[in-house]
Write a protein of this length. Structure first.
Length: 342
């Protein structure tokens, strides 16, 4: 049995959690900086770092109180070492190492994307390896063959903006608040696919994705409607949002199915912030039923960045002894460089 404190500070959310290898997730706290960055239309790295400094210790204290534990009751501390914003990562790394040194606890650096890949293990319905993974968020749209925990092969990637970025940037074109993906999804519930938008590289024959052409098409659509005297509001706004959502999720669905068929895998994990999109989940559930595969997601509350996935990944690596101590952060870190857990 091992209890591991997880610290996530890679971007604009400070996430803390404690995971027990026997009893599962014991406690979790999360602070989002969305309101701080909204006025700037995106994340300001220096402000993100300062806000992590302000919140991280109180959140750790809160998590310990929730779990009725002291630092001395823990077996290890895990922190996100990358990829992410350099300053934000350093806040989590510094706190993790200081607490580890003060309490004689091992400190485990965790790859942020491994946390997302493993987050469906926090659900009641847990996938077994091997599985195909679609990691889809603001910064990543990747198809990853997971042969074993720690053994990751990226077989599909996006040439430009990730799907989450496409949601956010088209939302900004529509005058929606930051981050826009959530507002696109909410509006889409009231909309119809009135406008047929392109599905870039849908039939490219490979697993490469691209969303820049979609963004251009949305901008052209908005300009054309305005030139015709159409107000971008109410039902028109909802219809554009629905059309955007359908286009992005169609691409993700087709590429994921192609990856499944090419590898012969029978399990698919969909994780990352965009995995919370309900239209995406519905389409993937229908695809899984039609093609006789299993599909797994993180709990809705754990799709975006969080400490629980870092604590889980840390607990798995601690239990296996598959980690190397390093007081370092890696703003760019190749997921495929990780070693398999024996």
């Amino acid at each position: 049995m091992a209890k591991v404190l997880g610290i996530e500070s890679s971007c604009d959310e400070t996430g803390i959690a404690i995971y027990d290898t026997n009893d599962g997730l014991l406690a979790e706290t999360l602070y989002s900086q969305i309101d701080l960055h909204r006025q700037y239309g995106g994340v300001v790295p220096e402000l993100a770092s300062r806000d992590h400094l302000r919140k991280i210790i109180p959140l750790i204290d809160e998590c310990l109180i929730k779990s009725n534990l002291k630092l001395s009751d823990l077996d290890a501390i895990a922190y996100t070492a990358g990829p992410g914003l350099n300053g934000a990562l350093l806040v989590g790394a510094s706190v993790a190492n200081a607490l580890g040194l003060a309490n004689n606890l091992p400190v485990i650096p965790i790859h942020h994307l491994e946390g997302h890949l493993l987050s469906p293990l926090l659900s009641a319905d847990k996938p077994e390896t091997p599985f195909m993974a679609l990691l889809v968020s603001g910064g990543h749209s990747q198809l990853i063959a997971v042969n074993a925990i720690g053994s990751y092969e990226i077989i599909g990637d996006t040439l430009d903006d990730a799907a989450g970025e496409a949601f956010d940037k088209t939302a900004k074109m529509l005058g929606l608040p930051y981050p826009g993906g959530k507002y696109i999804a909410e509006l889409a519930l009231k909309g119809n696919e009135t406008y047929k938008l392109p599905r870039p590289m849908l039939h490219s024959g490979d697993l490469t994705m691209s969303f820049s052409g979609l963004k251009t098409a949305v901008l052209t659509l908005i300009n054309n409607l305005k030139a015709e005297g159409v107000a971008i509001e109410n039902q028109v706004l909802a219809d554009i949002a629905k059309s955007i959502e359908e286009a992005i999720t169609d691409v993700l669905l087709k590429k994921s199915l192609s990856a499944i068929q090419q590898t012969g895998m029978k399990r698919l994990v969909v994780s990352g912030g965009v995995s919370a999109n309900l239209t995406l989940r519905r389409k993937f559930d229908e695809m899984a039923k039609k093609h006789h595969i299993e599909v797994f997601y993180p709990p809705l509350s754990l799709c975006t960045d969080n400490g629980a996935m870092i604590a889980l990944a840390g607990a798995i690596r601690y239990a296996s002894g598959s980690y190397d101590y390093s007081y370092s952060v890696y703003p760019r870190w190749d997921l495929s460089s990780l070693g398999a857990i024996s």
